[in-house]
Design a protein around this ligand. Structure first.
Ligand SMILES: *Cc1c(COP(=O)(O)O)cnc(C)c1O
Length: 375
């Protein structure tokens, strides 16, 4: 028998177990909503990205069912061969109107949109400057100044940072991009459906339409379904149709997904009060955590971290919350700095006041028990 060439993987898993960082997948029974059942526990769900509760919205459900009945369950091909359905084109037009750009290309996920786009528009001789830190830290002008003027540069920031919930310094970075001749890119995955008029995102929130060359969004978070997209000029989108590898080599969405996304855009236009409810819940819950004395970092969005310190403590906090009926995912190194491990909370528009108050009471109890809060 040959030796197992994958034994090193077991060694790595053992090391995760020793550090208290080994995680079992939590299994969702039933629907993804504000109060869900995971692993046979009914919990207040503070771990989804379902900001507006659209995963179970009747209009999205009905649109997906109708598209399935009319059009079947799959597209049967990649976009560039036989897999571009008219519903895919309709979604791209609707998204371009929504984002106020010339054109949009939809990808299978936000991940595919990011990876496919950056790889397509840059070569190995180009540089990427990314605002990776959560401090809304403006990129030091010096770093850009050091680069030759002729070098192609891509300046990237998140609109909302997913681990700290703070907002990217989009207008300041646009100004830097203009000064140093950079391509400006914003990943608005956590901002679309949340910030800006009718949830148009941080570009709309900051009023910088026309100054961001590449806008990435996701259809998997507030929009409630699945997918990612790039919004920009007609030239950019046509180029990506020809060169973005996930677009060229991976099958397009089932019609139900495109239909659900179109229905979600209708909901954002017709029921903007859902977004207002999200922000009311955000203010209530964030203020509650802060009043208890938790360190909630720099958050300015519905994402509020509760910073515990070392990784094992954050995981223990998450486990105890879960046992008491609150699901808030623990997050540790390497996703965040070693001494900034945390549980991350995300409120949604559909949480009730009672559920959020219950969650605050559980946070208070468990926080004291683990010595994160002084009693
Ligand atoms: C979630 C996320 C993505 C990926 O989106 P998916 O549609 O889930 O693949 C990309 N960028 C950021 C900043 C995200 O938070």
């Amino acid at each position: 028998m040959r030796p197992d060439p994958l034994t090193y993987l077991a060694t790595e898993l053992d090391s995760l177990k020793q550090q208290g960082l080994y995680r079992r997948l939590r299994i969702l029974e039933g629907e993804q909503t504000h109060k869900s059942t995971f692993d046979h526990h009914s919990v207040v769900n503070l771990s989804s990205n379902n900001y507006l509760g659209l995963t179970t919205h009747p209009k999205l459900r009905e649109a997906a069912l109708d598209a399935t009945r009319r059009l079947g369950v799959g597209s049967g091909s990649v976009r560039t061969i036989a897999g571009t359905m008219d519903i895919h084109m309709e979604l791209e037009r609707r998204l371009a109107d929504f984002k106020k750009t010339e054109a949009v290309v939809v990808f299978q996920s936000g991940f595919a949109a990011n990876a496919g786009t950056v790889a397509a528009i840059l070569t190995k001789d180009d540089v990427v400057v990314s605002d990776e830190l959560n401090h809304a830290s403006i990129i030091d002008g010096c770093r850009l100044r050091e680069l030759p003027a002729a070098q192609r540069k891509l300046l990237i920031t998140d609109g909302v940072f997913s681990m700290d919930g703070d907002v990217g310094a989009v207008p300041e970075l646009c100004a830097l991009a203009e000064e140093f001749g950079c391509i400006m890119m914003v990943d608005d995955a956590h901002a679309s459906g949340v910030f800006g008029k009718n949830g148009r995102g941080t570009i709309d929130h900051f009023g910088v339409h026309g100054r961001v060359d590449v806008q990435v969004g996701t259809l998997s978070k507030a929009i409630g379904a699945l997918g990612g997209y790039v919004a920009g000029s007609r030239t950019l989108i046509e180029f990506l149709y020809h060169r973005a590898r996930p677009f060229l080599f991976s099958t397009s969405h089932p019609p139900a997904v495109a239909a659900a996304c179109i229905a979600a855009l209708d909901v954002l236009e017709q029921e903007p009060q859902i977004i207002e409810r999200l922000w009311e819940n955000t203010r209530f819950f964030k203020a509650g955590l802060q009043a208890l004395g938790f360190n909630t970092g720099l958050s300015e969005s519905p994402i509020t971290p509760v910073i515990a310190g070392e990784g094992a403590l954050a995981m223990k906090l998450s486990d105890r919350l879960f046992e008491e009926g609150v699901f808030a995912q623990g997050i540790a190194f390497p996703t965040v700095a070693r001494d900034k491990a945390r549980v991350r909370t995300i409120v949604t528009a559909t949480h009730t006041r009672e559920e959020l108050q219950f969650a605050l009471d559980v946070f208070a109890k468990v926080g004291r028990e683990l010595g994160i809060l002084r009693s």
